[in-house]
Design a protein around this ligand. Structure first.
Ligand code: P1T
Length: 384
């Protein structure tokens, strides 16, 4: 059986996972080295310096490329550093379309760092008519987060990629919330997919990392050259930890989804909840597109608590099993308040114009026993 024909659960364990040639070690060695000895100037075994290449990182890149059905993968030190490299790869003065609901750090990078270099237009990418109107202006690139962070809005990747091809616009999808297990944007027509590996891909809340996958060699070469020139490469040890975490991605994602569906249904019927947003619920505005382009609905839930910011804070102080913390995608459940925490850098009027209100709470549902998670939420509700 060829590697490309492996099922996902086999790829996560075996892609890039051959036994070590020298010793037979079943786990890849951590090449904790900054440099490599050359036999003559310029004569080496493919590795010169760890900022440029490292064998442990190469193993991870091989694995990631397989998971997104891509020819090329590049790993960097954080999700944001990968977004930074992609933005650096565009000609100065580029016009960029971006979904109006993205991770607060992405918004901050675009509006306070790259706004001096490029022009950003934020729009609701669930509205295809608006997307086409903007694509007609022939921007350089359209940046999609789908589902979005934190409102879980879903954009139609197939439809947008078709339109983008018509107007020769590059499509990049931040696939962090779904992980390669539940969604493969390249298969749906996107040009580039990127992830914060800090989240589901690593899955154990002990690494910060980013990656991008593509079939476009010249784009990969450009971004690799930028990474080598600017320097945000991931350390060998962190790459090794991700290689370790990724092996259980398939079973973790199934467990996240199973729990999230139960928690979403519990919240949907709760008298203290105004509204629940979860792609797996029929009430989700893009549930139909979610079913079409995703292989599952993931572990992220957003809900609006009845009441004001004081009530939200009280609720967040009272959960015990759900840890009040930024980030997502780890085996342990996390809860957070986007307006105060992950999206504080988005101005209040911008937040509210897209529906990101102060009573919005985001859950990253972990893989604990779901009854304990629901009991924890129920107890916290009793205080508000
Ligand atoms: O944190 P970092 O690895 O640099 O990744 C940034 C990033 C990019 N894209 C999405 C969709 C993200 O959610 C993130 C990081 N998000 C959080 C830390 C958070 O709590 O939402």
């Amino acid at each position: 059986m060829k590697k490309n024909d492996w099922n996902f659960a086999t790829k996560v364990i075996h892609a890039g996972g051959e036994a070590d040639k020298e010793t037979g070690a079943i786990m890849p060695p951590i090449y904790q080295t900054s440099t490599y000895v050359q036999s003559s100037p310029g004569k080496h075994k493919g590795y010169e310096y760890t900022r440029s290449h490292n064998p442990t990182r190469s193993r991870l890149e091989e694995n990631l490329a397989a998971l997104e059905n891509a020819k090329y993968a590049l790993v960097s030190a954080s999700g944001l550093s990968m977004i930074d490299l992609i933005m650096h790869s565009l000609p100065t003065g580029s016009n960029i379309l971006c979904g109006d609901d993205v991770y607060g750090g992405t918004y901050r990078l675009f509006t306070t760092v790259f706004n001096k270099q490029h022009n950003y237009t934020f729009l609701d990418t669930t509205d295809l008519k608006s997307v086409e109107k903007h694509l007609k202006t022939k921007p350089e690139l359209i940046w999609l987060e789908t589902p979005t962070n934190p409102l879980l809005k879903i954009s139609d990747i197939v439809a947008i990629s078709k339109l983008a091809k018509k107007y020769k616009v590059k499509v990049v999808v931040d696939n962090t919330f779904m992980s390669p297990y539940f969604q493969n944007p390249l298969d749906l027509g996107a040009d580039v997919v990127m992830h914060s590996m800090t989240k589901f891909i690593n899955g154990h809340s002990d690494v910060v990392g980013g990656c991008m996958m593509t079939n476009n060699k010249s784009f990969y070469d450009k971004v690799w050259t930028l990474q080598n020139s600017i320097g945000p490469s991931q350390s060998p040890f962190d790459s090794w930890l991700v290689l370790r975490g990724i092996k259980t991605l398939a079973i973790r994602m199934e467990a996240h989804q199973k729990n999230a569906m139960k928690v979403a249904k519990f919240l949907e019927t709760h008298s203290k909840v105004e509204r629940v947003v979860y792609p797996g619920l029929k009430s989700h505005p893009q549930h139909r597109i979610a079913k079409k382009q995703m292989h599952g609905f993931g572990g992220m839930i957003t809900f609006f608590l009845k009441g004001d910011i004081k009530k939200s804070k009280k609720f967040l102080e009272k959960v015990k099993l759900f840890a009040l913390a930024e980030s997502l995608g780890g085996v342990e459940s996390l809860i957070e308040h986007p307006a105060i925490m992950t999206h504080a850098s988005v101005p209040k009027d911008v937040r509210e114009s897209i529906g990101l209100y102060d009573n919005l709470i985001r859950l990253s549902v972990g893989i604990e026993h779901v009854d304990d998670l629901i009991a924890d939420l129920e107890k916290a509700f009793s205080f508000v």
